[in-house]
Design a protein around this ligand. Structure first.
Ligand code: ATP
Ligand SMILES: Nc1nc2c(ncn2[C@@H]2O[C@H](COP(=O)(O)O)[C@@H](O)[C@H]2O)c(=O)[nH]1
Length: 211
């Protein structure tokens, strides 16, 4: 039997740099992990690709997925739905691969309830003015949307207490190393190591009894 992968949840306010850090981790020569592509009802930004950045869906399609039990979690954020399709996460974890979710805090708390053995990491900005600077500099949202995201950010940062780790994204390469160290350490936690041995022993038993 395959050892189950680890679920890693990366949250933090919009614009803190979750996507940037994730891409840097994927580019780094680091332990393999799979990124779970979210579903959203927000409009596609220039350069975004359906099925790569998000699964872009209508509100009716998204609500049908919810009704069908197809979402691990979902939330409304600044007027749109965002959520994690359940099937991909389950299949990938069952195949023994780590899965990274990049989601806002309400969704992360739903995952916490359903998957308490996940690793919950909160990425924080050095301060709110830097967050605004990053959102403005990204150039993807109107002034009004940026204001809504900044207002939301203060409430989101207050939720940090519900996470296992807080990582400051001051410099991308430092944030990446901090998160990689967390993931490495989490793989060495005794319950996970014991699980690994159980899997190995079950496998060895199967091998010897098949002789
Ligand atoms: N450490 C950093 N220092 C300076 N700029 C950064 C840093 N990390 C990310 N950025 C920049 O901040 C902007 C927002 O980053 P990014 O899109 O990765 O944020 P996000 O948290 O994924 O946002 P969202 O949740 O809205 O998808 C980008 O322009 C990115 O280049
Ligand atoms: N609860 C969820 N939140 C998600 C998911 N995918 C992305 N997000 C978060 O939404 C905001 C806005 O994202 P943007 O792409 O419009 O800038 C940001 O905090 C994302 O992390 C999800 O599947 N579930």
């Amino acid at each position: 039997m395959q050892e189950r992968g680890m679920l890693i949840v990366l949250s933090g306010p919009s614009g803190v740099g979750k996507g940037t850090v994730r891409q840097a981790m994927l580019a780094d020569d680091f332990r393999d992990f799979q990124y779970s592509i979210s579903m959203t009802t927000r409009k596609m930004r220039p350069g975004e690709v359906d099925g790569v950045d998000y699964y872009f869906r209508t509100k009716a399609e998204f609500e049908a997925e919810i009704a069908n039990g197809g979402m691990l979690e979902y939330a409304q954020y600044v007027g749109n739905y965002y959520g994690t399709p359940l099937k991909y996460v389950n299949q990938t974890l069952d195949a023994g691969r780590d899965v990274l979710l990049e989601i806002e805090v309400k969704g992360a708390m739903q995952v916490r309830e359903k998957c308490p053995d996940g690793v919950f990491i909160f990425l924080t900005p050095p301060d709110l003015s830097e967050l605004k600077h990053r959102l403005t500099g990204r150039g993807t949202d109107s002034e009004a949307v940026i204001e809504k995201r900044i207002t939301q950010a203060a409430d989101e940062i207050a939720m940090m207490a519900n996470y296992d780790y807080a990582v400051v994204n001051d410099k991308v390469e430092l944030a990446v190393k901090r998160i990689e160290r967390i993931i490495e350490s989490e793989h060495l936690r005794v319950p996970r190591v014991i699980d690994r041995y159980k899997t190995m022993l079950k496998h060895a038993d199967g091998v010897s009894s098949s002789k």
